[in-house]
Design a protein around this ligand. Structure first.
Ligand code: ADP
Ligand code: ASP
Ligand code: MG
Length: 416
């Protein structure tokens, strides 16, 4: 008997029929003698619907109220799943994040989990109940409901698994594992049986939305065995078969050294590029520009400073598309005249494409192969950034899918 956490995403919870299937699957695991905690997302489309309503009311909704609103999606799905389990004879109880409690900081719409109280959950499990906890949300010190950022139910699930010292966290979704790239973009992408924790961290941070990055960080920090698998298979398929399906995130660093140089290709459509032109090239200038952006709680990703000409330089960096307007406003209001910049320009239509693989450590020539492939397709590279196990390029968004397909082929990642 083991304690196992299941997470079901929006598609998996997308209709009453699907919720009944989730209940059957969970009941199968419970019948096998395991203690099960389930962390579901809102039904597919529901979070978008709620956030869309907010936008119809006002262009700049108050983040606290957005969290109040968005958190209701998950509250509905936990209750429905509890009913579905009870309807097939299982004892089940649902909790909102604040009832557990899952405590977070106060960064509304992108809060971080600080602690999880496991008392109530353990009591229910010991009493034979399936415990269902809302994904995506928590409560801050002042009692405000917070949410963890889009895709945050993954993080809730892994954090709950870590707090309960679960044997495994199973992330059930609408694909049957982690692929070499998004199978919606490259139809012959290949499923990976295992992916190293480091690679998964890079892929998630570079835009592979199959797992929210913070969930991967939790998995790494707590060495939580985490598996991504399909919720769309027969819910009554043999448990032994299901338990080894999908993709396991592995913590063994060296197992893949001799395998392919590149493990996967990640992309992020939603990038923007900002250039601050003609700033005086003196100590502290990077801090003045990027510090102001960071103080507005905006994440900066790639950064380039041009060579200085006549004591002046240009500064280019990327921010997520959702933060573009805010970043431009901060720079125009607080930075431009203050530092004496000539101008600030932006491009809101750029995307980032990255190749990832621990094999890069022991192979040379990956960058040149990547750049050659893009040049053969006539794609201009605007910015480049690298780490030990990834190379990212920023390109015009209209070439993003072309770039992903060409690189997937060039690195031989397609299924046999
Ligand atoms: P859920 O609602 O279950 O959380 P998501 O939509 O957040 O599901 O994540 C699953 C989706 O992630 C898949 O449908 C797929 O299109 C996308 N995806 C992106 N990159 C990958 C990848 N490398 N492997 C698998 N799926 C990926
Ligand atoms: N429902 C939230 C979202 O759509 C959280 C999640 O699904 O993980 O982002
Ligand atoms: Mg998701």
């Amino acid at each position: 008997m083991a304690l196992i956490v299941h997470k079901y995403g929006g598609t998996s919870m997308g209709s009453p029929e699907r919720i009944k299937n989730v209940a059957k699957r969970v009941a199968k695991w419970h019948d096998a003698g395991h203690q099960i905690v389930v962390v579901p997302s809102a039904m597919s489309g529901e979070t978008n619907r709620l956030l869309g309503l907010a936008k119809e009311i006002t262009a700049q909704p108050d983040p606290r109220e957005l969290d109040m609103l968005a958190s209701t999606g998950e509250q509905a799905s936990v209750a429905l799943l509890a009913m579905a389990l009870q309807a097939i004879g299982k004892q089940a109880v649902s909790y909102a994040g604040w009832q557990v409690a899952i405590k977070t900081d106060s960064a509304h719409t992108k809060a971080r989990i600080r602690s999880i109280d496991d008392t109530k959950v353990r009591q229910d499990l010991d009493a034979g109940k399936v415990v269902i906890i809302t994904g995506f949300q928590g409560i801050d010190e002042l009692g405000n409901i917070t949410t963890l950022g889009r895709g945050g139910s993954d993080t809730s699930a892994v954090a709950v698994a870590a707090a309960l010292q679960a044997a495994e966290c199973l992330i059930y979704t609408d694909v049957d594992g982690v692929y070499t790239t998004d199978p919606r973009v490259v139809s012959d992408a290949r499923r990976l049986k295992t992916v190293t924790f480091e690679e998964m961290l890079e892929m998630a941070s570079l835009g592979s939305k199959v797992l929210q990055i913070r969930s991967v960080e939790f998995a790494g920090n707590y060495k939580m065995p985490t598996r991504v698998l399909s919720s769309l298979t027969d819910p009554l398929m043999p448990l032994e078969e299901e338990a080894i399906s999908g993709t396991l995130i592995s913590f063994e660093e060296d197992t893949k050294m001799e395998q392919a140089t590149i493990t996967g290709i990640a992309f992020n459509r939603d990038e923007t590029k900002i250039t601050v032109l003609g700033v005086p090239d003196r100590p502290g200038i990077a801090y003045q520009i990027l510090g102001a952006v960071a103080d507005a709680n905006i994440e900066v990703d790639m950064i380039i400073q041009n060579q200085s000409v006549d004591g002046k330089t240009d500064f280019t960096f990327t921010v997520p598309r959702g933060e573009y307007t805010k970043a431009m406003a901060v720079l125009n209001e607080k930075v431009k005249t203050h530092i004496g910049a000539a101008n600030i320009t932006g491009d809101a239509k750029v995307s980032k494409v990255s190749v990832v693989g621990v094999g890069m450590r022991s192979h040379v020539g990956i960058a040149s192969q990547m750049f050659r492939t893009l040049s053969e397709e006539g794609i201009n590279i605007q910015m480049i950034s690298t780490s030990e196990i990834k190379i990212s390029v920023l390109i015009d968004e209209k070439y993003m899918e072309l770039a992903v397909r060409a690189l997937h082929k060039a690195f031989g990642l397609e299924s046999a």
